[in-house]
Design a protein. Structure first.
Length: 550
């Protein structure tokens, strides 16, 4: 039936004509009801190639939760993104639009999709029904690779749809009450310390916490807390440069098995016996990710995603190609991951040209770093690819390639690696500018800190030269600083004539990250991204300009 409807609507079976609603995703009752369920379920499925999407009654995706970076890239390439409209009449039969048409649980396996673009995945969707009215308010869709057990997926998605429907009635009351109770219990216990309670809707603080200088916004704090919980971390760096004690204990709060928020407690960093046991049980990739994020500055989702991807590659002993603009921090990230992963400290780092010409490059190494891969000519690049595939390596290999963000990686070179990870420019990660600047000053002049006013000035400036340019500007400022506080007047004038980028709202940051993911998947091909989004290139260029994307 779904195929007949799709054919009658004139859907192209060989393309993905996904329409995109450019408007912001509202903080609706539906989104509030489904978010705790989707977040909790993906935490339970972490590491599996699964994802969950929720649409509203207009088949517009309002929420997406992903358990694996490989599935994320797959869905990005299909334009399965927040804001995409999956009406059956536009996209064909899917686990989203077809559920709205049939009003019941729908299973679509691989090639059963009308549109061949979705053949690699199996989808099981279920309607989200409001118990009070009996109306369908949206659809929840569980997606995995083709061949996954649909009966198990069906049981999971039906339970998720039932819980989401029940939460449409209770609204905020139950989760807010559970979080408030946990906040009060923590605040009243033992020595008085700054305590914060945060979830997707509210941020509570005691008197000591409310006086913290430079505390991150509610949205950023909740975003970082969710990511830390998903990675199995129990400590969260609050990123307050002016404070000596910046790290807070992170404790999730659950209500009926659902995550409703978390408590942040600036106290002793020593975990309890039970907490220490949990930490020891965390899988190596999550533990290494937490250590890398703790060692290197950065809080943005783009930064955390790059770190997570490269760590997963190294812990799975894969070959990974790390790309990005000059001065963005590729070598520092690669070297940090290699050092923290190495059991013996046996790490080899050489320019790519030397690796091509060396006779023995693999023996006895824990991690192999191949730098300056952009220096390889076509012949050397081909030889390198042939050799790395033919000879192999027991140790993971991290290749470092400087790119301009628009020129695609040569297919022969990309084929030599198991995955390609792109580290976005600093201007695309404005949340990272402050932490990076503070970290640089800590290393360049211990004892000097950046004033909040100077941090604000730094965060508003464009940094087209990335960390290299930022470090140079800070060195000039430190040379002008006589005391222990770097102030705005110490900073050199901006070298870029462009106006400072405006601060993006939380929803705009989500939109920016989604478009950047599409650009990475398309290797900078803006025409292809415009086609994927269903907009003209002129519209895409205007959107890129408004979001500060070069």
């Amino acid at each position: 039936m779904a195929w007949r409807r799709s054919r009658a609507a004139g859907v192209d079976a060989n393309a993905a004509p996904v329409a995109f609603d450019p408007g912001p995703v509202p903080d609706s009752a539906l989104l509030r009801a489904v978010t705790p369920v989707g977040t909790t379920l993906m935490r339970q499925l972490d590491g599996t190639e699964a994802a969950m999407m929720v649409t509203d009654r207009q088949a517009r995706i309002v929420g997406r939760w992903i358990a694996d970076s490989g599935m994320q890239r797959r869905l990005d390439s299909m334009a399965v993104l927040p804001g995409a409209v999956f009406e059956e009449a536009k996209v064909g039969s899917t686990g989203l639009g077809s559920v709205l048409e049939d009003g019941q649980v729908t299973v679509i396996e691989g090639a059963e999709h009308y549109n061949s673009a979705f053949d690699p995945v199996t989808a099981v969707g279920a309607p989200i029904v409001h118990p009070g009215t009996g109306q369908i308010e949206g659809v929840v869709d569980l997606v995995s690779l083709t061949g996954s057990p649909t009966k198990m997926m069906g049981a999971i998605v039906e339970r998720a749809a039932k819980e989401m429907g029940e939460r449409l009635i209770s609204g905020y009351a139950a989760e807010d009450r559970a979080l408030l109770d946990a906040f009060l219990r923590t605040d009243r216990r033992g020595v008085r310390r700054p305590v914060l309670a945060v979830n997707h809707r509210m941020l509570m603080s005691n008197r000591m916490a409310s006086a913290l200088p430079g505390l991150q916004t509610h949205e950023v704090l909740w975003e970082r807390a969710q990511q830390a919980l998903a990675d199995g971390c129990e400590i969260l760096d609050l990123g307050i440069p002016a404070m000596t004690e910046r790290r807070a204990q992170l404790r999730p709060v659950h209500d009926g098995g659902l995550l409703v928020g978390c408590i942040l407690h600036l106290g002793s960093q020593r975990p309890s016996g039970r907490a220490a046991a949990r930490r020891r049980s965390v899988k190596p990739a999550s533990d290494l990710t937490a250590r890398v994020l703790d060692k290197l500055p950065g809080t943005s989702l783009l930064w955390q995603s790059a770190v997570t991807d490269i760590v997963r590659a190294v812990t799975h002993r894969e070959r990974v190609l790390l790309t990005g603009a000059a001065g963005v921090g590729k070598s520092v990230l690669a070297a940090t991951v290699a050092q923290l992963d190495s059991a013996t400290g046996e790490i080899r780092s050489e320019p790519a040209v030397k690796f091509v010409r060396a006779h023995e490059i693999w023996a006895g190494m824990d991690v192999i770093l191949v730098e300056q891969m952009e220096e390889l000519g076509p012949a050397d690049a081909h030889h390198f690819s042939q050799r790395i595939v033919r000879d192999g390596a027991k140790a993971p290999v991290i290749g470092i390639l400087r790119t301009d963000g628009t020129t695609p990686v040569a297919p022969s070179l990309a084929a030599a690696f198991d995955r390609v990870v792109n580290l976005a420019p600093l201007d695309h990660r404005p949340e990272d500018i402050g932490p990076v600047a503070s970290s640089l000053v800590d290393r360049m002049r211990p004892g000097v800190r950046i004033s909040p006013e100077a941090l604000s000035t730094i965060a508003r400036r464009p940094w087209t030269g990335n960390v290299t340019q930022l470090r140079h500007a800070l060195q000039i400022a430190l040379d002008r600083t006589e005391g222990t506080l770097l102030r705005p007047e110490h900073l050199p004038p901006p070298t870029d004539a462009r106006p400072a980028p405006r601060s993006l709202t939380y929803l705009e940051r989500i939109e920016r990250d989604a478009i950047l993911a599409l650009l990475v998947a398309a290797q900078g091909n803006k025409k292809q991204v415009a086609l994927t989004l269903g907009v003209s290139r002129a519209t895409l260029y205007r959107k890129l300009a408004s979001l500060g994307i070069d």
